[in-house]
Structures are given as structure tokens and as C-alpha cells.
Ligand binder design. Sequence first.
Ligand SMILES: Cc1cc2nc3c(=O)[nH]c(=O)nc-3n(C[C@H](O)[C@H](O)[C@H](O)COP(=O)(O)OP(=O)(O)OC[C@H]3O[C@@H](n4cnc5c(N)ncnc54)[C@H](O)[C@@H]3O)c2cc1C
Length: 492
Amino acid sequence: MSPIATSTVSARAARGSTTAAFEKSKYDVIIIGAGILGTALAATLGKRGRDVLLIERDWKEPDRIVGELLQPGGVQALKILGLEDCLEGIDAVPCSGYAVFYEPDKVMVSYPSDKTPNSGRSFHHGRFVMNLRRAARNAPNVTPVEGTASTLIHCPVTDQIIGCSYSYRNKDGATLSKNVYAPLTVVADGCFSKFRKQHIAKDVTSASNFVGFVLKDCQLPHPNHGHVVLAKPSPVLLYQIGTHDTRILVDVPGKLPSVSNGDLPTYLRTHIGPQLPSDVQPAFYEALKTERLRSMPNSWLPPSSNARDGLILLGDAMNMRHPLTGGGMTVALWDVVHVDRLLASSAVPDLADTALVMRRLGELHWTRKPLSSVVNILAQALYSLFSAGDDQHMKSLQMACFEYFKLGGRCVSTPAGLLAGVIPEPLTLVGHFFAVAFYGVYLICTGRLETDPSKDHNRGLFNLPWNLWRSVMAIWTACVVVLPVIASELQR
Ligand SMILES: Cc1cc2nc3c(=O)[nH]c(=O)nc-3n(C[C@H](O)[C@H](O)[C@H](O)COP(=O)(O)OP(=O)(O)OC[C@H]3O[C@@H](n4cnc5c(N)ncnc54)[C@H](O)[C@@H]3O)c2cc1C
């Protein structure tokens, strides 16, 4: 018996659920969350002939300030998955790299053309998600349902996760609950994951928030590029997400000032506005008067390997990094590529063979590592440098990084390729990071890197002890920034 009445079927079908969804209770795979990862995975596994239930709490177009710039590596993953048409019809803007502003200077960090056959894309997040959802719903063998997953069901004998309960509303608005079962449940419920705590021992930390709003008809100095402003105390991002819309994300470290008492708008107007490129300022001040300020925590969650039979956590539920480098969707889409390969029916004919499924999914932790660790380490390390604040040694590294990009050639094209998600080589990243640190030492010792502009006496032997100290501290700071992140990548 269907739990929803006929009159509500068409409305529900439009938003996701079908009557059949509420009648059936056994599937090959249950996916919780129809966001970036859940939709792409559902479409992919459905096309492979797996019987998929996709549970999403709200099928309406999401209105969020996240996931708006897809790196070329993510576009490549979409192509592999046959989902590249999800970028069509959403007024997406091609992105060929970044312009980095460090007053009064700037440098272009363009994606390497030999490594990036396709550009990145920036867009309204909700429009992209709706295309992905459409692809998932139209894929064979995918049953979409509108409901909120509440608990995972475990087998009292084997302790394996065998499905989940979700709640949904019937035609009278009453909340009902339903149990569904599958040999594999995928949790892809995003950054505020409800299920993470029970299954991942690592903690989520957030050092800052991004405050976001839209600038109308803003003329960015470098169209088709993301813009990073190395403001004080931390960076500001700008990129076009549609013909008329430009997203601004202002990183605000520590506790967020209140919007209601006007502290946050005042901070943005008086402290951030003057640091933006002059072309951007009129649209910025105008938007402050009209646009709603929204915020999201910038979280860090090192990856974990799967520990429970019948269950896997993926996407932001399992691994997050600072969104400065816009890598989260690229990692999520490549994880779908990996899972698809690991669970190919030639290798795993029957998903009910839990031992085999878990062995294959166990490989995911290391299979994803080359790309995900590059994205994770780069995001965390660059954020540390770009939010140097008053830390003079961090500031040395920040300036060294900027000067390193200015050297051009491989000093900028390889970091740009790492950022683009097309060079999945962690050692290359670490090499460039320390090259920046040693370039900083060179600049310090030759008196060309002064973090305190009031000092102009930095040349000559007289300053040698001080410069040696600064050099040692620059290398030490580089180690303190990057080694803990590398260590977190080496743990399971
Ligand atoms: C401020 C900010 C900016 C960002 N910018 C970028 C960027 O420019 N580029 C980039 O690549 N990445 C960016 N990211 C990261 C990116 O948004 C995420 O990595 C990506 O969205 C993760 O996808 P996901 O599928 O794991 O989660 P989501 O896309 O968040 O999807 C989770 C889904 O689960 C649903 N859900 C949650 N709980 C339940 C439940 N109990 N039952 C049913 N459904 C549920 C939600 O409604 C949602 O649809 C940004 C992140 C932040 C914080």
C-alpha cells in the first residue's frame, strides 16, 4: 500500500519521489543525499544496472554559497562519468585560472593549457545540482525519494549496516517513517553530516567562515578568471557565476561578527571594501546595501577509510578542506569515478557479497589519495599562507609565494595545474611548497623580502644574523604548516 495518496503523487514525482519508491523496500544501494556526490553516484551506478534508492530531504533547487567553481579536473571527471551535459544550460562561465592580487601588485595563475584540455566552470550551485539530479532521476534503475534519513539500520547478528530509516510527509502533512534495506548504504549527506559522528573518529575543525553575497553586473578586472585578493587578515575570492552575477566570498577568521547589530556589514564596508580592486568596489558597496549576507564555516576534516561493513561515507561527510581553492566538487566527482571502477560488475557481480564489496571499497582510501591529498594539502597550506595576519614568518612565506608565481614558467604553471586538479602528484606539490620556502630564504638573504615596510635597512652584513633567523623561521613555519596536513593524509 502506497503511503502517499494519488493527489500528491504528481507533486512528489516532480520533486523526486514516486509511488513505487514508497512501496519497495529492498535495493542494491541506498544513497543518502542528492548533492554533488550522491546524484553523480546514483546516475553512474544506475547506468551500470545497480538498483539504487536516492534519498534527499529537499528536492527543490538549493540556494547555497558553496560549490560554484568546478576546477578543470572536476570537468574531466564529469566527462568520464558521461555527465558533462550537466554543465549546459545553466549560464556557466568558463574559468581559465586565477588572478592573484597583492596590493599594489598582481599575478596571473593560468591553468596550464597542455594539461587542461577543458577549462573550469563557475555557475550557480543550485542550477548545477538540479541538472545532476535530473541526470540521476533519468538514469535507469534509480528511485528518487523525498525524505530525511534518520537512522542507519544494523544487523544485530553481523553488526553490518543493512539499510536506513527515513521520514517523509504524507498528503495530510503527517510525518511517517519507512525502513529500506540494501547490502550497501552510501552516506553523502554533506558538510553537516548527521551520520559522520557515529562512524568517523576524526574531528571537524573550522578556523574561519566564508561570508558570501552576489555582486550585480560587476566588471571583474580579468574576465573568465577567479580573483583572489590577498587582503588582511585573510583572503577574498571573487568569480563570475552567471552573466550578471559575481560571487564574492570574504574569509572571516574566528568568531563571525553579528549581522543583526550591523557589525558584519560595517566590517565588510570599512575593512574589506578598501582592499578590493577599484573596479570591483562600486558593485561591492552597492551589494552591501541590497544583498543578504550569508555565511558558511570553512571546515577541515582529514579523510578516513571505511570501517563498517555495508556502509561507506563519501563527499563532505567523509573529507573536507578549506574552500579557498575550490576543490571539493572535483574530489567528490573523482571519488565517484573511483567507486564506479572499484564496484564494476566485472569485479563485483553481486553487491550482496559484502566481504568483496568492502575489500574493493577498502582500496578507495589509497586510490583517491593522489588527487584528494593534492587538493587537501594545497587548500590547507595556501589558506595558512594567505591568512598570515600579523605573523611575520607566515607573511614571509605569503610574499615568497606571490614572488614565486611571478617567476612564471613552471613556478606558476605547475601550481596552477595542481590547483586545477589535473596534476595528481602529492610529491610535486610538496616540492613546490618547499621551493617557495627556499625562494623566501633567498629573498630574505638578498634583502628583497621585507614584511615590515617601515624597515628599509635590510641589506648588508649588519642584518645577516636577523636575516638568518628569519630564514630559519620561514623554513620552520613552512614545516609547521604542511607537515601536520601531510601526516593527516597518511593516516587511515
Ligand atoms: C563556502 C564554501 C564554498 C565552496 N566552494 C566550492 C567551490 O567553488 N568549488 C568546489 O569544488 N567546492 C566548493 N566547496 C565544497 C563543495 O561545496 C563540497 O565539497 C561539495 O558540495 C560536497 O558534495 P556532497 O555531495 O558531499 O555534499 P552536498 O553537495 O552538500 O550534498 C549533501 C546533500 O545531502 C542532503 N541531506 C543532508 N542530510 C540529509 C538527510 N538526513 N537525509 C536526506 N538528505 C540529506 C542535503 O540536502 C544535500 O542535498 C565549497 C564549500 C564551502 C563551505
